[in-house]
Design a protein around this ligand. Structure first.
Ligand code: NAG
Ligand code: NAG
Ligand code: NAG
Ligand code: NAG
Ligand code: NAG
Ligand code: NAG
Length: 198
């Protein structure tokens, strides 16, 4: 037996904990607002923001910041009650945020929960869709096919709505809508395509 392995693992765990110690974790559902409690009431000068090691270009306008951290991501952060608020968060906003104000620095790690549809096709021509969200909050699920409610003739909905069993694989775009305590989010649409080989 290799007695060294657990020991090495333990060391790695300790290192990870120390490294993460300075960043505050922020979990948010996609489409909701993320709040970064920076503890600043007003901007005395233009803060510096480093997002996933990108130096963001910053513009201050009244009590809001326009951060361009990536050519394709220009985002407003509004200062509200000592927190910077990022609205309608998307998966692409995830990562490490390092804010440097005149005299202070604050670090955050943003994680965005976004539901995705997992589709399985069975050889007998049926299929099963699962709405997966990596969250332990209590959620309710609704299903859309081509933007209308999926009806009971087409599908059997189970597991509190999380899963849908389709008697036959109908063409069209499926979307799962997820209701959580603070609002609603939806998956990106998927088109079911089952291939059954020869
Ligand atoms: C930044 O902080 C220093 C030291 O506290 C202070 O003297 C200076 O006025 C501040 N600058 C701004 C723009 O607030
Ligand atoms: C990031 O941008 C700021 C402000 O433009 C600049 O002072 C700083 O040197 C830059 N840092 C890096 C690592 O590029
Ligand atoms: C700021 O805090 C006050 C008091 O806690 C609250 O009434 C107000 O709604 C908050 N404003 C925002 C924009 O969150
Ligand atoms: C089709 O196959 C799946 C998976 O094996 C099974 O759960 C389901 O009951 C079958 N449906 C029919 C109508 O045979
Ligand atoms: C969800 O998980 C987090 C951390 O894993 C825990 O702190 C929280 O209490 C859990 N919430 C529920 C409703 O189980
Ligand atoms: C959904 O829309 C697509 C494209 O418009 C169409 O081909 C398909 O038949 C529709 N599916 C249903 C179940 O209405």
């Amino acid at each position: 037996m290799d007695f060294n392995s657990p020991f090495i693992l333990q060391c790695l765990l300790v290192i990870t904990t120390v490294t993460d110690g300075s960043a505050t974790m922020i979990d948010v559902f996609s489409g909701s607002s993320a709040k970064f409690p920076v503890g600043v009431e007003s901007f005395q000068n233009v803060p510096i923001l480093i997002w996933n090691n990108n130096n963001c270009s910053m513009t201050v306008e009244n009590d809001a910041l326009l951060a361009e951290c990536h050519p394709s991501s220009k985002r407003w952060l509004k200062l509200e009650n000592g927190s910077l608020v990022l609205r309608r968060v998307e998966r692409e906003d995830e990562g490490n945020y390092e804010f440097y104000f005149n005299n202070s620095k604050v670090f955050f790690t943003l994680k965005v929960f976004e539901p995705i549809i997992d589709a399985r096709c069975f050889p007998n021509g049926t299929a099963e869709l699962t709405c997966d969200v990596d969250s332990n909050e209590s959620l309710t699920f609704e299903w859309l096919l081509n933007n209308s409610w999926l009806n009971a003739h087409e599908a059997c909905i189970k597991d509190g709505g999380k899963k849908v069993r389709l008697e036959k694989t109908v063409p069209g775009e499926f979307v799962c809508k997820v209701k959580h305590n603070h609002g609603l989010m939806r998956t990106r649409p998927i088109v079911l395509s089952c291939s059954y080989g020869e």
